[in-house]
Design a protein around this ligand. Sequence first.
Ligand SMILES: C[S@@+](CC[C@H](N)C(=O)[O-])C[C@H]1O[C@@H](n2cnc3c(N)ncnc32)[C@H](O)[C@@H]1O
Length: 332
Amino acid sequence: MKPLPIRAAALARRSLWNLHPRITADLPSPLLLKTTRRSHSAGSNALGSGSSSPAAHSSSVNASEISHFNALASTWWDPHGPSRILHLMNPLRHDFIRSCHSSQADHVESASSTSPPRYRYLDVGCGGGIFAESAARLPSTDYVVAIDPSPEVLAVARRHAARDPALTASSTPLSSPTDHASQGRPRLSYLNATIETLPEPASSDDQYDVVTLFEVVEHVDNPAAFLDRCGQFVRPGGWLILSTIARTWMSWFTTNLVAEDILGMVPPGTHDWRKYVNEDELRDFFAAKAGWGNPRVMGVVYVPGLGWKEVSGSEKVGNYFFGIRKDSEPAP
Ligand SMILES: C[S@@+](CC[C@H](N)C(=O)[O-])C[C@H]1O[C@@H](n2cnc3c(N)ncnc32)[C@H](O)[C@@H]1O
């Protein structure tokens, strides 16, 4: 094994060489690209024959991404393993969601209300369930449905959740039976599915208060169609929340060269820099559509030894959270 500085220099040379053709061209936003339609090479629809046929939508699934995550399945819950960056990020996800809710003019604080809010979550690309489990344990959660196209990863998620009977128990009935159709549902359920294979919501009862896509957008094909489809599952007044990485020199340096090649913090091949989406591209994407507003962003930086920290302005260069709210339906 070569000493670290020699290895790092060789890797840097290789990575720069690989990157050269990409950065000399003016890379368009992945949200403007349309990749070829693929068949669903991974992820069967666990819901069976829904109203939404897989063929009706361009698939967001990229087979090589799925095989990459399948290979990481067994170590998903090791807090010191390849997914440790995701474990460390989890508390900030909840902080960000809370900040989105509190930014709403019509937000009701649970302590001061007789009927505190109870949220229904759809976690898309849930992986082994780091966020899904933690969300399902919150007292403010009605229930969580979590989906992922990787069968191995989803099997790990199911096995891990089965260790905690509270997660598989039914959601507590809400005070008003007309609020949600949640009675009898487990607090957390997993589906080996994609957003394209889930049946289209027929009414707001089939939609969610919060649809989350944590570290997923940079791994999908057809990200614009993927976001549109995810948006259909947000109820009026609900939130689409995601985390991803800006497409900049700095993010290439930190996520591809340092994190993957030099320090080995995440397995090589985890990230394709060309698929990163900038936060202004997301803002523009939703601004061009009717029915979305109140975009919110939070830049975060990984500090070795300390974990993820919010750093204002860092969303322009690297990792960030983004939230956007679907307009409420006008009062009748
Ligand atoms: C980096 S992991 C993030 C997992 C989880 N969201 C977390 O942050 O703990 C990316 C996940 O996205 C999933 N994924 C890849 N392509 C997807 C797609 N087209 N639709 C939904 N999930 C996808 C992968 O299987 C993998 O579990």
